[in-house]
Design a protein around this ligand. Structure first.
Ligand code: CA2
Length: 151
């Protein structure tokens, strides 16, 4: 049986994770996040595609790819969360579960971060759990997709 593929998409500036603003975003680097996700994905038997980009169009392209190639999407769209109708529209066209992740609790922050275009299309949202939110997202997908066999 071919492994189910999960796309993990990260938006602008998340490559800086662990280098600045630890009081807001924690001390884990994006590489740390990727490694812990890969370990957990292996336990579930998922194949993981992990990407960070600073470009909105690249995120849209990857969401369109995921339509055909993935069983689920985990996405931290970073600042595009609050601005991108293009991402909203791309996600609207996918039939697979979409889990939105934010390291910080966007609802405790500035007003402009309270609205998410992505949440309108998300199956589930995790915000404020730090890097652990990505693992929660994967656990949720495993449960949602009926693959919850990790010990
Ligand atoms: O809390 C989150 O995960 C965010 O998606 C992070 C975005 C922010 O625009 C969203 O409102 C909430 C910012 C990502 C930038 O990450 C940095 C990490 C370290 C240093 C500077 C930026």
């Amino acid at each position: 049986m071919t492994q189910q593929r999960i796309f993990v998409l990260n938006g602008p500036n998340l490559n800086l994770l662990g280098q600045r603003k630890p009081e807001v975003y924690g001390t884990s680097t994006l590489k740390d996040v990727e490694l812990s996700l890969r370990q957990r994905a292996q336990e579930y038997g998922f194949a993981l595609e992990f990407l960070q980009t600073n470009h909105e169009g690249v995120l849209v392209d990857q969401v369109q790819r995921a339509r055909a190639e993935a069983a689920g999407i985990i996405i931290n769209p970073a600042a595009y969360t609050h601005t991108s109708v293009a991402l909203h529209d791309a996600l609207e066209a996918v039939d697979i579960p979409v889990v939105e992740v934010h390291l910080s609790n966007i609802h405790r922050r500035e007003q402009f971060r309270h609205h998410s275009f992505v949440s309108l299309q998300a199956t589930a949202v995790f915000a404020g759990a730090g890097a652990y939110g990505y693992l929660l997202a994967l656990d949720f997908l495993a449960h949602h997709l009926g693959e919850d066999t990790a010990s």
